[in-house]
Design a protein around this ligand. Structure first.
Ligand SMILES: Nc1nc2c(ncn2[C@@H]2O[C@H](COP(=O)(O)OP(=O)(O)OP(=O)(O)O)[C@@H](O)[C@H]2O)c(=O)[nH]1
Ligand SMILES: [Mg+2]
Length: 315
């Protein structure tokens, strides 16, 4: 389809508690990987845009960081960015991990699920306060029989902040078509905001750093992943068609550096191998990836750590 056939275009923000599946949904709607996904909370750190075309509508999806009670500076900056992602959107999708609610109704919710529900309720309060209407998407319906979600649906419908409710599985795509059609309907009349063949608008250096951070999150345990960041230091296109990428993994402590490196460097080698494999797929050409680890105790208190990924420092 060409640009001229787009008659409606706008922004749809996906907001919700950490781990609800916002990035999974964004990638599914876009049909390409624009945002990293892990089983850990607080994977997404800054709003990421992905472009989807549904009929004659262009939907610019804004995947946002999870919304939770944030104490540390980085967390506060992430939550602020999530809400600002929703502020100017033409449509808001509040995505909920409905398996947590179903478990809670059955009286066997885990601590993490209870936390996720508390975060959902706070999002609803904020929607009420700002008088914003949203679509509710009950995600992860592949995890339980569908009739179990009906009481949850009723309770959430009663909050009065939702225009429509959708049952979806971002993971396997169930129900996502209906949601995307409804989003397309909400897009205001206008010409395309992005060229028709563009799916992401993250600079390649930043996306590549995210890929490495995803592999770190998947491999590292406990608190460590939340305390590191990845920067692409250099990006060199070579004459032979390959690209040389150099990245630095910044950690807060010597002990963390040792963990990232692993015994005889085994850990960082594996992370580099996985990241490189994905970069080759994304870029469709040979990639030489060089990873270094640096200790910077103060990185979370440095202004440029935030500006580099578009977050506000003074929050
Ligand atoms: N079973 C199931 N799992 C899902 C579904 N959607 C997402 N997940 C999983 O839930 C986890 C979190 O997914 P993400 O997409 O990273 O969630 P997020 O809301 O972006 O998380 P943050 O960026 O941390 O706020 C991952 O392990 C996903 O594979 C779904 O529909 N069904
Ligand atoms: Mg995410």
């Amino acid at each position: 389809m060409t640009e001229t056939e787009i008659t409606r275009a706008g922004f749809a923000a996906i907001i919700g508690a950490p781990n609800a599946g916002k990035s999974t949904l964004t990638n599914r709607l876009v049909g390409a990987k624009v945002a990293i996904v892990t089983h850990k909370v607080q994977t997404t750190r800054f709003p990421v845009r992905g472009v989807a075309q549904v009929g004659d509508a262009q939907i610019v999806l804004v995947d946002t960081p999870g919304i939770f009670v944030a104490k540390r500076r980085l967390d506060r900056a992430m939550v602020k960015a999530a809400w600002s992602g929703a502020a100017d959107a033409d449509a808001i999708v509040h995505l909920i991990d409905s398996s947590a609610w179903v478990a809670d109704k059955a009286g066997n919710a885990t601590g993490a699920q209870k936390m996720s529900i508390a975060d959902d309720l706070r999002v609803i309060e904020q929607l009420k306060l700002t008088e914003k209407r949203a679509f509710l998407a009950l995600n992860k319906i592949d995890l339980f029989p569908h009739d179990q979600v009906l009481p949850v649906m009723g309770e959430l419908n009663d909050t009065g902040v939702y225009d429509e409710i959708f049952m979806i599985s971002a993971e396997n795509g169930d129900g996502v078509g209906r949601l995307s059609a409804a989003l397309a309907d909400r897009m205001p009349a206008g010409t395309a905001l992005y060229p028709p063949d563009q799916t992401a608008d993250l600079p390649m250096r930043l996306l590549a750093a995210e890929v490495t951070r995803e592999k770190l999150l998947l491999r590292m345990h406990q608190e460590l992943p939340y305390q590191l960041m990845v920067e692409t230091e250099s990006w060199e296109e070579r004459k032979d068609g390959s690209v040389r990428v150099q990245q630095v993994i910044i950690v807060g402590r010597d002990g963390h550096k040792a963990m990232v490196l692993g015994k005889n460097g085994a850990s960082i080698k594996e992370i580099g191998r996985m990241a490189r494999k994905e970069l080759i797929e994304m870029l469709d050409r040979p990639v030489h990836l060089f990873l270094f680890v640096k200790v910077d105790e103060k990185w979370q208190e440095r202004r440029d750590s935030y500006s580099g990924i578009g977050l506000e420092f003074d929050v």
